[in-house]
Design a protein around this ligand. Structure first.
Ligand code: GAP
Length: 461
């Protein structure tokens, strides 16, 4: 098994990620997050919110609808041009992304930037190089396939109107810009951030939760006056914030992340400059998080289409203008996959798997157990300890099987501390605390246990 297969197997075995609707044979590019996965996802989401909304005086949060007025997507350009280039296997009729087929065909050192190719250039490349489908058959020329999910509102057939599930959370921020200005005391420069589900009709295979139909985005639109603030400085500050979040807050190895600037051809038409923060996933360097200077494009588009004035009145000059934006946009599920991949370790000799998650991220901070499940006095003492600490930390109770199996199970879900109540506890009120990463055990007084755990979780913060 390669590393990715091992991560997928661990994710299923330990309740991090399940295939959606598995009992019905699954649904392509769709996954559910199990008991451990939902905790990890929540921890990542909460850290993002705390770091980028709560700890900054220039940021506010938002939670907009998934279904917006359909004109939103006409104004943003998604209805017209939010598409992927698709090719079809002429025999099996399976569809593939033309750019992915070309990437897989090219050697690693080809130097060809597939993102720079137009749809016509991709077609030409496939024809000239006789590129085949993964099944070895000819491919149709690429066609643009819109990624927006369409649905309808209205109950009777002739009363239905077409709407879209949002393709990005960003547009809900732009459409609420004026409401946020009017209802709060924000002044430029300031940002609005939100976390929520987005939907894209993605045709792709084999990348687990990297690219899915339904995913969670954490996006920020940071508004500023281009005559007062230098966009390069703002962009650079956000790049620092993103790097810091990944390497310091989530504790990812710096060697596994890098910046990549978009080329002029690759960059979206509305953007003046874009960088991707790439992570070295087991299947290669891929975009984790993007940051783009979107100028005043979106607000101007919404002014034109909604006929609403979305200008900002500068309190110093009394002049009105349309602010510009820098947008850092990340997928929470991609952060999750990165965290799993970076934490996954396997002892080459014993095969023992340990998920070395940063303690702040771990689904459980500590596991509490009695040494022996059939000794009433140990169980009672361990339960007392559990109850006295449960409001402070997310704890798991485990009295199943032998202690070695419990440790192995906790290592695989990344629990940093295993606390065991044994016979000595009954005489001197101390417990053993086993460290997940070193496997070493220390005796700690129950009265000092919270502080002991706190010090170690805080150290990682
Ligand atoms: N508002 C800008 C925007 O949506 P994007 O590059 O299309 O830009 C931003 O998406 C981030 O959302 C990506 O960097 C990635 O982390 C995540 N993302 C995009 N499509 C995704 C998908 N199908 N599955 C999971 N995450 C996705």
């Amino acid at each position: 098994m390669d590393k990715m297969e091992k991560i997928v197997a661990l994710a299923k075995r330990r309740g991090f990620v399940f295939q959606t609707s598995e009992i019905y044979g699954g649904l392509s590019n769709s996954y559910d997050y199990g008991p451990m996965g939902s905790e990890l996802l929540r921890n990542i989401r909460n850290l993002w919110w705390s770091e980028f909304i709560h700890k900054r005086e220039d940021m506010v949060g938002l939670d907009s609808s998934i279904i917006l007025h359909p004109q939103t997507w006409v104004a943003s350009g998604h209805v017209g041009s939010f598409s992927d280039p698709l090719v079809e296997d002429v025999k099996t009729h399976k569809r593939y992304r033309a750019d992915h087929i070309i990437e897989a065909f090219l050697p690693d050192d080809s130097g060809v930037i597939v993102e720079d190719m137009s749809i016509e250039e991709m077609g030409q490349f496939i024809q000239e190089n006789k590129v085949k489908s993964p099944e070895g058959n000819d491919l149709t020329p690429p066609k643009a396939f819109n990624l927006l999910f369409e649905t309808e509102i209205g109950s009777v057939a002739n009363d239905k109107s077409k709407v879209y599930l949002r393709g990005e959370t960003a547009q809900g921020i732009f459409t609420n810009f004026k409401q946020v200005l009017d209802s709060t005391r924000v002044q430029l420069p300031f940002g609005i951030g939100q976390i929520g589900k987005s939907f894209r009709n993605e045709i792709t295979t084999g990348q687990f939760i990297f690219r899915t139909l339904e995913f969670e985005q954490a996006e920020i639109e940071y508004f500023f006056n281009p005559n007062e603030s230098n966009w390069e400085d703002i962009l650079s500050n956000w790049k620092d914030g993103m790097w810091n979040f990944v390497t310091k807050v989530l504790g990812i190895n710096e060697e596994h992340v890098r910046w990549r600037q978009h080329t002029d051809k690759e960059r979206s038409h509305y953007s003046k400059d874009t960088y991707d923060l790439d992570y070295q996933f087991p299947f290669g360097w891929k975009e984790l998080w993007g940051v783009a200077y979107r100028t005043d494009y979106d607000l101007k588009q919404h002014i034109e289409h909604s006929k609403t004035n979305l200008e900002y009145l500068d309190p110093k000059t009394n002049k009105k203008f349309v602010p510009h934006v820098i947008e850092p946009a990340v997928g929470v599920n991609r952060l999750f996959l990165m965290v799993l991949a970076d934490a996954y370790t396997e002892d080459p000799e014993t095969g023992r798997v340990v998920l070395k998650l940063d303690p702040k991220l771990a689904p459980y901070t500590a596991c509490i157990s009695p040494l022996l499940a059939n000794k009433e006095e140990l169980v009672t003492k361990a339960k007392e300890l559990f109850n006295s600490m449960k409001s402070k930390y997310h704890l798991v109770w485990d009295a199943r099987g032998n202690i070695g199996k419990r440790y192995a199970a906790q290592d695989e879900i990344g629990t940093p501390f295993c606390v065991v109540v044994d016979f000595q506890t009954l005489t001197d009120n101390t417990v053993t605390v086993r460290d997940r990463d070193t496997g070493e055990q220390e005796r700690v007084a129950i009265s000092e246990l919270s502080q002991y755990i706190n010090d170690r979780v805080e150290k990682s913060a």
